[in-house]
Design a protein around this ligand. Structure first.
Ligand SMILES: [Zn+2]
Length: 289
């Protein structure tokens, strides 16, 4: 059985890491200690994203939009049950890059519909390497353990393994879980700061790669939706529909001149890898400036 190796398919020094942190309210970020997110924003930008009117402020549709680069009218994910989707026609970037471009890709996280054939999933159908790590209970504490294990796994894959993924997606879910159980109070704030420490570990893993100085890394950090004060989302209030994207990399030059959309994330992943999207993909997003 033959396999496409990096020797057969040299892809240059470009790499991209997308870190998805579920349910982080933009309005609370200025009050929180998030030095690693701040470093990405300082090098590039952090900008608000409004979840559009046809997209429920739910994780299923928002993560599908973020990772496919098309809206709900195309990918067909309308809730946290992903059934009835058209992800075979509009795959997320780790699957498309592996299948079409022979790129080495990686996806990791602990929320079942994204990674397992559960609840109409998976969203991540066929990345080059897939790490699903289950939270042992449906509690904020168990999700914190899950996120720490996902981060450790991603550090290993990004820094130490011979996978050398060129495009990766790492999902952190404890912040959203904490909001659902406890609202957007002190525990929620601490959870966002913990997620930022996980981001810091991932950024450090990239920087300690032996060839980091010769590589061109794009890092995108993104949330799917916000939360009401007592925890919960799905409606159209400003705190629910306001998400955000932070990114830094070789093609990114500071504050963005236009409003960004979730569909721009996947579009920029392709740009970051120097891949021109096929018009047949009908991406709805545009790369960042
Ligand atoms: Zn949620």
């Amino acid at each position: 059985m033959s396999n496409a190796s990096s020797t057969l398919w040299p892809a240059g020094p470009r790499r991209v890491l997308v870190v998805g942190i579920d349910g982080v309210r933009l309005d609370l970020l200025p009050e929180l200690h998030t030095p690693h997110l701040d470093s990405v924003a300082a090098e590039g930008f952090l900008a608000p994203v409004e979840v559009d009117e046809v997209t429920p402020t739910m994780s299923g549709p928002c993560w599908a939009t973020i990772t496919t680069g098309v809206g709900v009218a195309k990918h067909g994910v309308l809730g946290n049950h992903l059934g009835g989707n058209r992800l075979d026609v509009f795959p997320e970037f780790t699957t498309r890059l592996a299948a079409v471009h022979r790129r080495r890709t990686f996806a990791a996280g602990g929320w079942e519909p994204l990674f397992l054939a559960r609840s109409g999933g998976p969203l991540f159908a066929a990345p080059g390497r897939l790490s699903y790590i289950a939270p042992l209970e449906d509690t904020p504490e168990a999700w914190e353990v899950c996120d720490a294990r996902v981060t450790a796994e991603a550090e290993y894959v990004l820094r130490d393994s011979d996978d050398d993924p060129q495009a990766s997606f790492v999902y952190l879910g404890a912040v959203d879980e904490t909001a659902h159980f406890l609202g957007c109070g002190e525990e929620y704030r601490r959870s966002v700061e913990t997620a930022d420490r996980h981001l810091g570990r991932l950024l450090a893993a990239l920087k300690s790669r032996p060839d980091y100085a010769e590589e061109q890394w794009t890092v995108i950090v993104v949330t799917d939706h916000g939360h009401v004060d007592h925890g919960g989302h799905g409606g159209r209030t400003p705190v629910e529909r306001t998400a955000w994207i932070a990114a830094a990399g070789p093609d990114i030059s500071g504050p963005q001149p236009r409003p960004l959309h979730h569909t721009d994330v996947a579009a920029h992943v392709y740009r970051a890898l120097d891949i021109a999207p096929d018009p047949h993909w009908t991406l709805d997003g545009q790369p960042f400036k």
